[in-house]
Design a protein around this ligand. Structure first.
Ligand code: IVH
Length: 673
């Protein structure tokens, strides 16, 4: 009797263990144990089941889904896989179109044709075909490199393995979405939280045979690399995809006016739950591929497309508490801890209240009954308070005036541009002095777009911080791996993987390094501009000299806000210490212009006057994409002053004096053919 009880205990413990490893894997972390260790555990569970007739709903014997991925090999994408920026309403769409019109310098009322496509909520994949044969399939990964999931993709019926049409490009990356249909999901829903997880989990099976058991679908919608492209617009490409044997969405359309985009959006939104698969919005793409090419992209999203999200599902709940979170830049964000509710298939227990002003405006209080909204990947938020349900003794929520993490004073900044105080209250302490800010800085430092250290996710950073393994960014390179391997959930393999990714991360481009420091107002684009200007890590450190920071104002794109933020950052001794130590431990590569073979290589340009048919932003990108550089003051360093309509006389005179070549826009275009 006693024996079988302890065996059951043992069995349950093993089930718990395997669930934990499954969770690590399915939450996208690297596997914590080797495949062998996992298989051994699974076998032990199966043996106990056989011997004692035990069973458990979470046992691996009851599921096809939960088997950890082997470490898929990674490969770079030939063309980056981007994400999309979001729009929620007409204003967002108008602003999107305005930005496009400005960038292309078109008439204000210019009418674009859009390729309109449903945004399927699945997992994107990039399929490389060479000479008509499916060669390699990669997951999106971090956008720059993805996992080689070729064998699993091969099992998907919608993916043709060979294409014989004569007009199929010799070499092309076909991109689209892998997903699972809702009716198919019904049959396996005990294994996964939602269809998207099911698609992701089964795509990353170690055994392609298991992937083939789950009815995955593939819908194609774009391309990455393409050789000798003759296709003129997106809708034409979608037609071609069908001819080549790919599935495309029946809901794809061509539409021209914003009002009509919105009408189509509402039409689809009404029927979204009758569709075979989950959508989280509609994507609008400028149809003309030539315009797409001119527009290019900002950091991670194209300028030529936007995702119009569906309005959120909502539920009613009660605020149990209001917590103040402190972000990387010191922003105090109030978060409502609510009684957990299911909103559109996801259990929600936190909702953002945005900032102090929002709380005052909506008079949100602890104990209130509130309506909570959630849309796709957007953070749930409180939209309204049901005042009728409020108890008489309820009190106004008083927003703390001191930082809840470090006790420093907080303040709302005055915005010079809007001439108003910010809605956001911030901790005024200097970076690493405030624990919460320091932790957020660490998370940013290791994140995908910065050092990209796999295995050091947000939760791990918090754990290592608690254990005092890390305090400053450079501590990441001084971890005691022995101690880590003794922690619960860490096996030999995961420690080895972590060590490898940390070693790999030491080789870093200067612009990534600048970005990784998390200086306020210095995002990826600005980090690149600064790196381009200072070129070497040591010269970046020289910015501790205030005058050198002030000189950065001559960079096109850097303004007062950035200069002030840099002055603030470099006046802090801890920050200086952090940079100094990081420079020692890292191998920071000097800034290398991506295009050194371009037609304008090493040439510098400046513009004056209005340029015909082309915006300043586009002209600047044209120069840079061809290896040249745009500077914003006339000096000996300047090679060409490009003269538009009504140029500034002072600049023209100064350029002449300095023997700088003056050229017209047409001559500039000729330089580029
Ligand atoms: S275009 C170049 N078209 O949305 C911009 N993406 O947030 C990105 N998605 O990672 C690709 N349907 O997984 C594009 N018709 C569609 C899409 C679509 C779904 C997904 C895709 C991408 C994400 C971007």
């Amino acid at each position: 009797m006693k024996k079988s009880f302890s065996n059951k205990d043992k069995y349950l413990k093993k089930i718990k263990q395997i669930q934990k490893y499954n969770k690590f894997y399915f939450q996208g972390n690297s596997p914590k144990i080797t495949d062998q260790e996992y298989d051994k555990l699974k076998k032990e569970i199966e043996n106990l089941e056989k011997e004692f007739n035990f069973s458990h709903q979470d046992s691996p014997s009851n599921s096809v889904g939960y088997t950890p991925a082997k470490n898929f090999k990674k490969f770079p994408h030939r063309v980056k896989m981007l994400s999309l920026s979001n729009a929620f309403n007409k204003d967002d769409l108008k602003n999107f179109e305005k930005r496009v019109v400005n960038y292309l310098n078109l008439q204000k009322n210019h009418q674009f044709e859009y390729s309109v496509e449903p945004k399927i909520d699945g997992i994107s994949a990039s399929l490389t075909y060479k000479s008509g044969k499916f060669e390699k399939g990669l997951s999106r990964g971090n956008g720059e490199e993805g996992e080689d999931i070729t064998e699993n993709l091969r099992t998907i019926g919608d993916i043709p393995l060979e294409i014989k049409n004569p007009d199929f490009p010799e070499d092309i990356d076909i991109r689209g979405e892998v997903f699972i249909q809702n009716d198919d999901f019904e049959n396996i829903k005990s294994e996964f939280a939602n269809p998207r997880n099911a698609a992701s989990g089964s795509l990353r099976q170690k055994d392609p045979k298991k992937t083939s058991l789950i009815p995955l679908k593939f819908i194609a919608y774009t391309f990455g690399f393409i050789s000798k492209n003759k296709i003129k617009n997106q809708s034409e490409y979608l037609e071609k995809l069908k001819i080549w044997g790919f599935k495309t969405s029946d809901l794809n359309k061509k539409i021209s006016k914003i009002d009509e985009l919105i009408a189509y959006h509402s039409e689809i939104e009404k029927i979204r739950y009758q569709l075979k698969y989950d959508l989280d919005g509609i994507v609008y793409k400028i149809n003309d591929l030539n315009l797409q090419k001119r527009l290019g992209n900002v950091a991670n999203a194209p300028r030529w497309a936007i995702a119009h999200k569906f309005s959120a599902s909502s539920s009613v709940s009660i605020i149990k508490d209001i917590e103040i979170q402190v972000g990387r830049t010191g922003a105090l964000t109030p978060v409502a801890k609510i009684k957990p509710v299911n909103i559109g298939g996801v259990v929600v227990s936190n909702a953002t209240l945005h900032n102090e002003e929002e709380i005052i405006r909506k008079d949100i209080r602890i104990g209130d009954t509130v309506k909570i909204e959630r849309a796709g990947d957007v953070i749930p938020h409180v939209i309204s308070v049901d005042i009728k349900k409020r108890e008489k003794k309820s009190k106004k929520f008083i927003f703390p005036k001191k930082c809840p993490s470090c006790g420093s004073n907080t303040a709302k900044e005055f915005n010079q541009q809007t001439k108003k105080y910010d809605a956001v209250r911030r901790c005024t302490s200097e970076g690493f002095v405030c624990d919460k800010i320091a932790i957020e800085k660490l998370k940013h430092f290791v994140s995908k777009d910065a050092l990209n250290i796999e295995g050091l996710g947000k939760k791990v950073i918090e754990q290592f911080w608690e254990l005092k393994f890390i305090k400053y960014p450079f501590d990441v390179f001084n971890l005691d791996y022995k101690k880590i391997s003794n922690l619960d959930g860490w096996g030999d393999l995961s420690v080895k993987n972590l060590r490898n990714s940390i070693e790999k991360a030491k080789f870093i481009k200067l612009e990534k390094f600048v970005f990784s420091l998390g200086i306020r107002h210095i995002g990826q684009e600005n980090a690149k501009l600064i790196a381009e200007n200072v070129k070497k890590a040591n010269s970046f450190f020289d910015l501790k000299n205030k005058n050198l920071i002030k000189e950065l104002i001559s960079i096109d794109g850097i303004g007062e806000t950035q200069i002030n933020s840099l002055l603030n950052f470099f006046s802090n001794n801890i920050n200086l210490m952090v940079i100094e130590k990081l420079i020692k431990v890292l191998n920071i590569q000097d800034y290398n212009r991506t295009n050194t073979k371009g037609k304008l290589n090493k040439k510098t340009f400046m513009f004056t006057g209005k340029l015909e048919n082309i915006s300043r932003a586009e002209a600047k990108n044209l120069v840079e994409n061809n290896g040249g550089k745009v500077i914003s003051s006339i000096s000996k360093k300047l090679n060409f002053l490009i003269i538009g309509e009504k140029p500034t006389n002072r600049k023209v005179e100064l350029a002449k004096k300095n023997n700088i070549k003056l050229i017209k826009l047409d001559d500039f275009k000729k330089m580029l053919n």
